[in-house]
Design a binder for this molecule. Sequence first.
Ligand code: HEC
Length: 145
Amino acid sequence: MIRRAQQAIVVFLIASASGVVAIAQIRERDSEWTAPSEAAARPNPLAGRPETAAGGAKLFHVRCASCHGPDGRGASKGPDLMDAAVQAQTDGALFWKLSNGNTRAGMPTFSFLPEPQRWQLVLHLRVARRAAEGRARATGISEAR
Ligand code: HEC
């Protein structure tokens, strides 16, 4: 009985320690990387069509999740895109960043995707953030970092 309890404690400690490591491994965002103001001022032509975000979610899963994580919360290869500082940027700024990339830092260029798909991706980032906020309200657990 005691052995079982000890085993359970060891498993718990290993699990929580690896959880800490996972959090520490999320790539930091680069606050120096900013979009030119002209690009940032471009409005999202799909802003009035939130239903197009679903297509953006699929694209995100295929093209972005490997680095930014399935929910966009960041992983070892890409920063957290739900971060307040990312979300504070305009649709135009995020569109410019994902179009141009920052290849030296590991963010690829997605200018090969048709423009509507790139705007859909931006829309998806907004919807994903709102969904995360909704979950935080429902559970009382904030995912915000
Ligand atoms: C190969 C890994 C990789 C893939 C795939 C990738 N990213 Fe990134 N992304 C990065 C890295 C690394 C950065 C940080 C760049 C830097 O430090 O300048 C980044 C940064 C960003 C930023 C800027 C965040 C900020 O701090 O302002 C946005 C927006 C973004 N990515 C969106 C996307 C989208 C949308 C996709 C899919 C179409 C995507 N990324 C695919 C690695 C990736």
